[in-house]
Design a binder for this molecule. Structure first.
Ligand code: COA
Length: 219
């Protein structure tokens, strides 16, 4: 299957959200972040509004899509933030707004998002880096190389402009990132009590510096 990676545009957003909900189906992190019926138009609409608003306002955001060359179907996407220059404190300390749920659900969603944000603040402050913020491949298209291509797009760009690449890995993504040359630098722990889960959730903070070697598999 020939795959291409190119910038997405706003008209792709419904498909990107569909991919996100497919890729993360059953993932406790995603369930806690987006509580309720994942097929509810209202929930998807609120994700759409939030993503598009951020896209328009934040010049660092790059939504990249991976498309099956033969059918034109979008199989996966990555959201990268390329922070190429120093940023003021009010920008890197800004916390995401949770407005798609309320009450305890909103607290849980905030506990997740703020744990990631705190890890980024601690690691980077306002210094330049590139962040792989979201990576998802639709279930029907996984294990065909789309995830690799979407990460490699950001790594090539980061290398070119001399930025370290950073992410917090889910268990599903961790082996892929290791293969692509990232290494673990920290762990972000979300305590069971913070998300009413049965276990502490661990997200692995990972880094790849511009001149770190890639694995032979991606050369
Ligand atoms: C993690 C994720 C993005 C990986 O996407 P993917 O498109 O399946 O990734 P790739 O196909 O590039 O690589 C995955 C595996 O498929 C293998 N693969 C790649 N191309 C292949 C092909 N043509 N045929 C068979 N296997 C292939 C890779 O070698 C890799 O093998 P490994 O798991 O044994 O290391 C995807 O599983 C996903 O969306 N998961 C849920 C969301 C998530 O957790 N995202 C990460 C958040 S940090």
């Amino acid at each position: 299957m020939g795959l291409d990676v190119e910038p997405a545009d706003e008209s792709d957003m419904d498909r990107l959200i569909e991919i996100q909900f497919s890729a993360f189906e059953g993932d406790p992190y995603h369930e806690a972040l987006y509580p309720g019926d994942h097929f509810s138009p209202a929930l998807r609409r609120s994700a759409r509004v939030r993503y598009i608003q951020e896209w328009r306002e934040d010049v660092s955001v790059r939504w990249m899509k991976c498309t099956d060359r033969q059918t034109g179907t979008i199989c996966g996407f990555a959201k990268w933030n390329l922070y190429e220059t120093d940023r003021p404190e009010e920008e890197w300390k800004k916390r995401p707004l949770v407005d798609w749920c309320s009450g305890r659900n909103a607290e849980v969603a905030e506990n997740f998002l703020y744990a990631n944000a705190a890890m980024r603040e601690k690691t980077w402050g306002g210094r330049p880096y590139s962040l792989l913020n979201i990576l998802c491949v639709h279930r029907d298209f996984q294990r065909r190389g789309a995830g690799t291509l979407l990460v490699q797009w950001g790594l090539v760009h980061s290398e070119r402009v001399g930025l370290p690449a950073y992410l917090e890995a889910s268990p599903a993504g961790f082996p892929l990132y290791l293969k692509l040359g990232f290494h673990q630098i920290d762990v972000c722990v979300i305590k069971a009590g913070d998300w009413d889960g049965d276990f502490d959730r661990h997200l692995i903070a990972m880094l790849k510096n511009p001149h770190d070697a890639s694995s032979p598999a991606v050369k």
